[in-house]
Design a protein around this ligand. Structure first.
Ligand SMILES: *[C@@H]1O[C@H](CO)[C@@H](O)[C@H](O)[C@H]1NC(C)=O
Ligand SMILES: *[C@@H]1O[C@H](CO)[C@@H](O)[C@H](O)[C@H]1NC(C)=O
Length: 501
């Protein structure tokens, strides 16, 4: 026990001190505090990574410049695109949490609610809070509590001996409160505790996902999911799309340990449910979220789950564009409400759609508004631009299938998938289609001039597919033709939101 701790214990014994330290078992507290104190510089050097990311375009450029400068992260002249930004920030976060663990620490996220602290603190201490905030953040001194930021988040590597109550009641008051909020450990204790959130962080690879159907939306991800789900050795987190990564964890560079535990429990429950239903406990569990492929942060997170394999399904770019148009932008000759009922039109707005209530009478706007009103729609529909990045992130653990292969040679495709996932190929299920709408969906295929012009605009997408298929040894015969040349209205499938008969 250090001399300081001896004095503290004595003070506690004599009830001379009001410190919350006195409430804890002195041995454990002693170990936590002495470990922290003895190697303070080391713990701090493994602290401070960003744990939550704000989308680049929600912040001005100077903000990012400062973020990267302060972190001493490699400056590549220009800050680079979203991918490189996300890569560096999540790389830093990942590096710190791993380093922290290796050196006997655990990684924590501390959120300090400045305004709440200011409001709860005794009046006599408020000036100190404003002053300390200005000094520790380098900002101008706020004139009132309202000028304080509502909250601030920091990450800290802290010795593994320290648990959550010790961090809240000892580490923060003793080592951080004096500098950052101007309060001595015995001052405004209740206010500080009420203005503090402390949560342990986890590493993405703590998430027990084995595989991901990560795209491409409007290319048959639902069919692929339903068919793979028939395999007794595979389970899915949910019968529907899984939003854990893209919504619940949308802005996180590191997940909270509690969220990871809850999600892993859900994955185990999915396996249990399948075991109940089939009498065979699946050994792999996956998720389907067809948006992951085009979200830089989401695909980085999945890539950090080192065992997770990525499955991507592609389809005819023009057919896909038409489907997206039909689903989100087509007026259906004034029968939009009916089309929504039938599941032909979406009840939700597509990310890139111009406005909530806009619809168009003809698919020709895809061409005429390509760089106008539908510019953002086209951008959100792009696939090719994301594929090189995915291929790099998931080198050796990504499989791309084409919807056309799945229709022509389903057995071969599922055998390849089984091989890729390392499950028994002899248990390949029969394949069915879901949510398929054949025949004329919009007026597109009635106008071959338009079809050819759009086809040219999608050249990059066709080229990317040809490139991929070349390396994959599997050929897709129809790659360069479009669905319009093969429409057989009499035999067309029609099963929106359902399994086709
Ligand atoms: C849209 O909502 C209607 C009515 O609630 C429903 O019948 C229809 O299936 C929904 N469409 C889709 C595509 O989910
Ligand atoms: C077919 O599409 C082209 C290109 O968008 C357009 O100029 C032409 O008017 C369309 N033809 C008909 C009959 O709609």
């Amino acid at each position: 026990m250090s001399r300081r701790d001896q004095l503290l214990s004595l003070a506690c014994l004599l009830s001379l001190s009001e410190w919350t330290l006195c409430l804890e078992a002195p041995e454990t507290r002693g170990l936590c505090v002495s470990q922290y104190e003895e190697r303070n510089g080391a713990w701090l050097s493994m602290s401070g990574a960003m744990s939550v990311y704000v989308q680049a375009n929600h912040r001005p450029e100077w903000y990012w410049q400062e973020v990267f400068e302060r972190r001493g992260l490699p400056d590549r002249g220009v800050l680079g695109d979203e991918d490189s930004r996300v890569d560096r920030l999540s790389g830093e976060a990942q590096g710190q949490i791993l380093g922290c663990g290796v050196h006997g620490g655990r990684y924590w996220e501390i959120q300090m609610y400045y305004q709440r602290l200011y409001d709860l603190a005794p009046k006599s201490m408020r000036t100190k809070i404003l002053k300390a905030f200005a000094e520790s953040s380098g900002a101008n001194r706020p004139r009132s509590g309202e000028e304080l930021p509502p909250s601030m988040r920091v990450t800290l590597c802290i010795p593994a001996e320290c648990d959550k109550p010790m961090i809240r009641e000892t580490i923060i008051p003793r080592f951080f409160a004096p500098k950052h909020v101007g309060l001595e450990p015995y001052e405004a204790k209740d206010a500080l505790q009420n203005a503090l959130d402390v949560n342990e962080l986890a590493d993405w690879s703590d998430i027990n996902i084995d595989f991901v159907i990560g795209g491409v939306f409007f290319c048959g991800t639902t069919s692929l999911h339903r068919n793979l789900d028939k395999h007794p050795e595979l389970a899915f987190s949910s019968p529907e799309e899984d939003y854990f990564i893209t919504a619940q964890m949308a802005h996180r560079l590191l997940p909270l340990k509690s969220d990871v535990a809850a999600f892993n429990q859900q994955l185990e429950a999915a396996k249990d449910a399948k075991a109940q239903a089939t009498g065979h406990r699946p050994h792999l569990v996956g998720i389907r979220n067809p948006m992951i492929f085009h979200l830089p942060l989401a695909r980085h997170k999945i890539a950090r789950i080192t065992k997770a394999k990525m499955i991507l399904i592609l389809c005819d770019p023009l057919g896909r564009l038409e489907k997206a148009f039909m689903f989100h932008l087509y007026c259906f000759q004034g029968n939009l409400a009916e089309a929504k009922q039938q599941g032909l039109a979406s009840n939700f707005t597509f990310l890139g759609s111009p406005r909530d209530d806009t619809c168009f009478d003809s698919a020709s706007v895809l061409l005429t508004e390509r760089d106008g009103e539908l510019k953002s729609f086209w951008q959100h529909a792009e696939v090719a631009v994301h594929v090189p990045n995915l291929a790099q992130l998931f080198r050796g653990r990504m499989m791309v299938v084409h919807q056309e292969q799945l229709r022509r040679i389903p057995k071969n495709v599922f055998a390849s998938l089984a091989h890729f996932l390392k499950v028994s190929p002899e248990l390949i299920p029969s394949s069915t289609r879901h949510n398929s709408i054949g025949g004329h969906r919009t007026d597109l295929c009635h106008n071959m001039t338009l079809v050819r012009a759009l086809h040219r605009r999608l050249q990059r997408e066709y080229d990317m597919q040809a490139q991929l298929m070349k390396t994959d040894k599997v050929t897709v015969s129809r790659l360069r033709t479009t669905r319009c040349s093969e429409i057989d209205q009499a035999k067309a499938t029609f099963c929106p939101n359902a399994e086709c008969a």
